[in-house]
Structures are given as C-alpha cells and as structure tokens.
Write a protein that binds this ligand. Structure first.
Ligand code: DQA
Length: 149
C-alpha cells in the first residue's frame, strides 16, 4: 500500500505567484502544497512536496520514491525539455510518474513541445494551472483504490 505521495517540482517553480502570472497563475508553490496536503490528509496518506533548482537533486528524489514504490507527481519545469538524467532515474527505478505542467507546453514556444518525461509517464496533465496537481492526485487515489480492492 502507498504510504507517501511525492510531488517534485523543478527549476524556477519556487517563483510561482510572481513568475509570469499570465502564464503560470498567481498561486504560490506554498499555496499548491497546502491544498494538496489537505487532500492527502483526508485520505490518510503522507505528502512529500519538494522543489529544487538542481537537476541532480531531482534525480535523487526520483530514485528515492521509485525504489520505495511510491507514486510521483512531477513538474520538472525546463528540465522536462532537456534532461535525459531525469528520464533515466524514472526508468531505472520503475518510478510511477504523472507529469504535470501548469501551462499547455504545446501552445507555447517550439522548444517546449518535447518532454523527455512524457515517454515514461503514466499520464500527463497540462494547461490547467494548479488544478493539474489536484487532478494528478485524484488519479493516484483511483489507482490506490483499485489496488486495494
Ligand atoms: C512548466 C513549463 C516549462 O516549459 C517551463 O520551463 C516551466 C514550467 C509548466 O508548469 O508549465 O518552468 O513546466
């Protein structure tokens, strides 16, 4: 049974709230964490919510969650478009990943259209702002209910 849900956020997501609000909205990362923590509490599941501007730190966190068999919600920010190391960590530990982006990366600059994460993700949610994180949680809880029944 899943004990912890990991939400991993990549570079510049610590700036949410003031960073290009027309693209990313006005909620801060702390707002998003508080919302997800409240939802996880009602389900009796622990939340590990983290952000890093460093690729290697994200690799370590993916490995940790993957080895524990815990589900991951990841918004890898710009590393989604560049990082083979992140995808190797996901594949190398069989991590169960849902990819989230606040913005619709396909409606933006062409260099954002490809995500390395997508090929190994169980699902992808984008363009719905902070709601995307909540929808990803809903998917994980649905999986957990299925595996417990
Ligand atoms: C993002 C989209 C990426 O292209 C960008 O580099 C980000 C945020 C999103 O949530 O929409 O940092 O992942």
């Amino acid at each position: 049974m899943t004990k912890t849900i990991h939400v991993l956020n990549g570079p510049n997501l610590n700036l949410l709230g003031s960073r290009e609000p027309e693209t990313y909205g006005t909620q801060t990362l702390a707002d998003i964490e508080a919302k997800l923590a409240a939802i996880c509490k009602t389900h009796g599941v622990a939340l590990q919510f983290r952000q890093s501007n460093h690729e290697g730190e994200l690799v370590t966190w993916i490995q940790e969650a993957g080895k524990a068999g815990d589900p991951i919600i990841i918004n890898a920010g710009a590393y989604s478009h560049t990082s083979i190391a992140l995808i190797d960590a996901i594949k190398g530990t069989n991590a169960k990943v849902i990819e989230v982006h606040l913005s619709n990366i396909h409606a933006r600059e062409s260099y954002r259209h490809h995500s390395f994460i997508s090929g190994a993700a169980r699902g992808i949610i984008m363009g719905l702002g902070a709601l995307g994180y909540e929808l990803a949680l809903t998917a994980i809880f649905a999986d957990m209910a299925k595996s417990e029944s």
